[in-house]
Ligand binder design. Structure first.
Ligand SMILES: [Zn+2]
Length: 261
């Protein structure tokens, strides 16, 4: 179950109490960024913020769990289904070519950035393997969730042990999509799944359920339904709590999900 907490330094973040490893999903609350679209916990470079602000925001956010900025692995996030196996030696690295990480080592913090896309954290407590995935619309359609579970299996994890937490993202109430989205879902998941996760409202407007799509991929590769937690919040419905690309028409800050062993 997702729990929202406000920490003594002002940072507000979510955790999933089913995951027994240090992890967090950030919100926009508790940082020092002052530009209106970045207020206040912006964790993204290149959004109009100063590097010093972003670094300080990371320090505040990570400090809640005793994590360090220098231990992060991050990536450019190219809407791929590439998931990289990393080790302690990769701590502090930035990769150009993937949208997720898995590891079985301590001393490295897996990090994905989001603002409407779904952040997914994975944890096999028995075999001590973790994962962090960025599931935007393409990753949700093409199954980055499946690739994440496979990458964890390559490190000894078992799907039946994996707990999955899908953080706040844009939900089907707000996620209007186009015909290209529907075509991609049909091509990747089949027509039956497309009918389930992409629906018409008001006759002509299409709305997509990326949470449902990711849950389907997770369950199809053996993750138990009861081991999947979903954060109920829609980012676009709660602009006071989250950065939302759709709500802000692209003028927004960035949130992160992090996990380590
Ligand atoms: Zn909504």
């Amino acid at each position: 179950m997702f729990v929202k907490s406000r920490y003594s330094n002002g940072v507000t973040a979510f955790i999933d109490d089913c995951i027994d490893a240090p992890h967090m999903f950030s919100t926009r609350c508790g940082g020092i960024s002052s530009l209106p679209h970045l207020v206040s916990l912006n964790l993204g470079e290149g959004r109009g913020d100063t590097p010093e602000n972003v670094k300080e925001n990371f320090n505040r956010f990570l400090g809640v769990r005793g994590m360090r900025f220098g231990d992060l692995v991050r990536s450019k996030q190219i809407h791929s289904t590439n998931v990289k196996v990393v080790t302690r030696a990769d701590a502090g690295s930035f990769f150009e070519d993937c949208d997720g990480f898995v590891t079985k080592e301590t001393g490295v913090v897996l990090c994905v950035k989001v603002a409407d896309c779904a952040p997914i954290l994975l944890y096999d407590g028995k075999n001590k393997v973790i994962g962090a995935l960025h599931a935007g619309w393409k990753g949700s359609c093409r199954g980055i969730a499946k690739e994440g579970v496979r990458a964890m299996e390559s490190l000894g994890a078992r799907p039946e042990n994996i707990k999955a937490a899908i953080g706040a993202c844009i939900h089907s109430c707000c996620y209007e999509v186009g015909q290209d989205f529907l075509s991609t879902v049909i091509a990747c998941m089949g027509r039956e799944a497309a009918m389930e996760y992409v629906k018409y409202k008001e006759d002509t407007r299409l709305y997509a359920d990326i949470v449902g799509m990711n849950c389907r991929y997770l369950q199809n590769c053996g993750v138990k339904k009861e081991n999947i937690s979903v954060c109920d919040y829609c980012t676009c419905c709660h602009p006071e709590l989250f950065f939302s690309h759709r709500y802000s028409h692209g003028l927004r800050g960035t949130m992160c999900a992090v996990i380590s062993l």
